[in-house]
Design a protein around this ligand. Structure first.
Ligand code: NAP
Length: 353
């Protein structure tokens, strides 16, 4: 089981930060707005209709403090977004962070079956809204701030009959990359790539689904930290914990330690070993600085070997893990053919660090 709790202990103080959340009235946006308000920020949520503003205030309930600035304003055109950014800068004195969970889902037709109205709605309309907000806000962003564009996994995985969403979202991923290249480290731009999210409208959410509040926690951690902008995958709760651990410490993955070890269970003790590793998994994944823990059984049935992969955000975190796990070594050793050897240590992924 994946630990889901330790990142919730992080409390970031973003008092005085001015955060714009276009799309904040939506299912994902709600969690983002809640978590920035909880962190003490001033949060501007533009919405295109009065009715949506009223509904959203009710949805937030007591969380809608005086630091929530809910404004009826169409931010989805270039002129509209520019007007909003100018007004926010004038009224609040600037824009520190932007989180853009704009737009929902579209599906129902294969690419060659779409008509012009589908194209305008699912591609042009949404891409224009994102581009409008981006170009209006980036020049205002404060040096410590972060811009987070929110997309779904369909940006990287084609979903049949929802191709327009995939095309639009992958354009947004490229927008994050181009901005990062063009800004050259002057401002931080993130893309949060979400798997399915437990929102107020998700009727049948699965157990490992990321919640809207957790998307907010990751965005808050990105704002509060100083880590350079990047793409962050949030497919499940494990991804949330890893993202927050990395963002919280402002460490680059270049400092991470990856470990690999193999174990040969005694004949007939394989399932006991796997049960024990499963039991330890919950504890290890909850350790500070643990980014990954997984155990894999070889596919060669005649020669059972277990491969353990772990990743820690620093050597210090790995050493603290080694000290903690020492008392479990005799339990593991009793199930192995040979005593457990220290793991081989590696640096982080050279293609993404
Ligand atoms: N929900 C999920 O499970 C999930 C999973 C993966 C990725 N995502 C991504 O997260 C983002 C937000 O998703 P969501 O589920 O929160 O969507 P949502 O509930 O539909 O909310 C999206 C918000 O975007 C605003 N918006 C502006 N222009 C829009 C347009 N042309 N069409 C629709 N909405 C528009 C709306 O705010 P106003 O009307 O108030 O202006 C709306 O409240 C999207 O990029 C989506 O792909 C969501």
């Amino acid at each position: 089981m994946v630990s889901t709790n330790h990142h919730k202990l992080d409390v970031h103080d973003l008092s005085g930060r001015r955060v714009l959340v276009p799309g904040g009235t939506g299912g994902v946006g709600e969690g983002v707005v809640r978590r920035y308000l909880a962190a003490g920020a001033d949060v501007v949520v533009p919405t295109r209709t009065e009715q949506r503003a009223e509904e959203f205030r009710k949805v937030l309930g007591d969380a809608a403090t005086a630091r929530l600035h809910l404004v009826v304003h169409d931010y989805t055109s270039f002129a509209g977004a520019e007007g909003l950014a100018t007004e926010m800068a004038r009224n609040l004195g600037g824009i520190d962070d932007v989180v853009a969970p704009i737009g929902g889902f579209w599906s129902g037709r294969r690419l060659w079956e779409i008509d012009e109205s589908d194209w305008q709605t699912a591609f042009v309309g949404l891409a224009t809204a994102h581009a409008a907000v981006m170009r209006a806000c980036v020049p205002h962003l404060s040096p410590s701030g972060a811009y987070c564009v929110v997309v779904g996994e369909s940006a990287v995985t084609p979903v049949p009959t929802a191709g327009l969403v995939s095309m639009e979202q992958s354009a947004l991923l490229m927008m994050q990359r181009v901005l990062t290249a063009e800004l050259g480290g002057d401002r931080r731009v993130f893309a949060l790539v979400l798997g399915p999210v437990r929102t107020r409208s998700a009727t049948a959410a699965g157990p490992g689904w990321v919640t809207a509040d957790e998307v907010g926690d990751v965005a808050v951690a990105a704002s509060a930290g100083s880590l350079a902008g990047r793409e962050i995958q949030l497919r499940d709760q494990g991804d949330v914990s890893r993202a927050i651990a990395v963002l919280r410490n402002g460490r680059s993955r270049a400092e991470a330690v990856v470990t690999m070890s193999t174990m040969r269970p005694k004949p007939g003790r394989e399932s006991e070993l796997l049960d024990l590793l499963g039991e330890l998994a919950t504890q290890i994944r909850a350790e500070p600085g643990c980014l990954r823990y997984s155990a894999h059984l070889t596919r060669a049935a005649d020669h059972p070997t277990v491969l353990i992969l772990m990743e820690f955000e620093s050597s210090e975190a790995f050493e603290a893990h080694s000290a903690r796990i020492a008392e479990q070594v005799p339990r593991i050793g009793a199930l192995l053919e040979t005593p457990p050897a220290p793991p081989a240590l590696f640096g982080s992924d050279m293609t993404t660090a």
